[in-house]
Design a protein around this ligand. Sequence first.
Ligand SMILES: Cc1ncc(COP(=O)(O)O)c(C=O)c1O
Length: 368
Amino acid sequence: MKIPPFRLERYFDQYEFKVRHLLSSSDCQSMSINALLAMEPGASEAFGNTWLGYTEAPGHPALREAIANLYSDVSPEDVLVHAGAEEAIFNAMHVLISPGDHIIVQSPCYQSLAEVARSAGAEVTAWSGDQERGWSFDLGNLKQLLRPETKLVVINNPHNPTGALMSKSDFAELVALSQQHGFLLFSDEVYRSLESSSELKLPSLCEVDESGLALGVMSKTYGLAGLRIGWIVTKNRSVYSALTAMKDYTSICNSAPSEFLATVALKHADTLADINRKIIHNNLELLDDFFCRNEDLFQWRRPQAGPIAFPKYLRGAADGFCRKLVDEAGVMLLPGSLYGADFASYFRVGFGRTSMPEALLAFEKFLR
Ligand SMILES: Cc1ncc(COP(=O)(O)O)c(C=O)c1O
């Protein structure tokens, strides 16, 4: 298999654990194992007794149940646990795609959502977001891109990198369209529950569509990226069993300590999501003020959901600017060109962590 480098990950690799201020991370505030275990009486001792043999391939039953409880009308048998959302994307695209298939993916997008399918032989058509309309993705445009043989449409709500979120009516229309037309939906929902208002929260695809796939993970909403626990929920039994067979060639089963810790965390899913929503809310207020003070340099659109946004740099390509900022001030942003040449004047900013205000101060000091 040949696959081009994951540009964003290669960029992170240069700076993530070296720079002073991360201002583009997409995960939320994390915590130590001790802090997590302290949330649940008896968890510390039980963690120490966790057996380190192989685990059940689809995921520990208690974890699959905790994941199923995040949704309505989902049973643990619909849940397949993976090593992060990334393994789930890789396996799903290899299961769903045959060479020559036509698929549609939003643009910009988290690179692996398009790249893995392309490397598996898909012809990928981009469904572009409209920056002028809050990066919305127009269903009329999607309909024009559909072909009779289109197999899959990949969506991501809340969206990386723009923070856009489909309206409930568009989401329902898209699900109906997939059923009429016969394409599958792959719905990346790793930022679900990080909406700026609960009214905006979409149903999960697995709650409204019997054939599609919904993707979730511990990394973003729950801030526990180091667990490397993600999942696919689908009621499509043939896809589910193909995914199970595929996983035998990647991770086989999950890390036992991570499964235990994820199960503990999901017992407190609402608390963890609430903590991160508050961090995001406070950080967004600071960003509103920052971008207002610097409107000669940047164009800012407050995102509807999630811990990231995609402002525009008004003085040309953002690459040089981001490099100078990280090299001279130790503040890391992500240049938009990592999402494709069309996005070179944008950059990604991340605000899901408590360290964000300090990073923003360093950014502003650099500008002055
Ligand atoms: C939209 C989206 N999907 C999937 C992933 C992969 O998540 P993980 O790194 O936790 O596997 C990410 C990570 O940034 C993401 O932003």
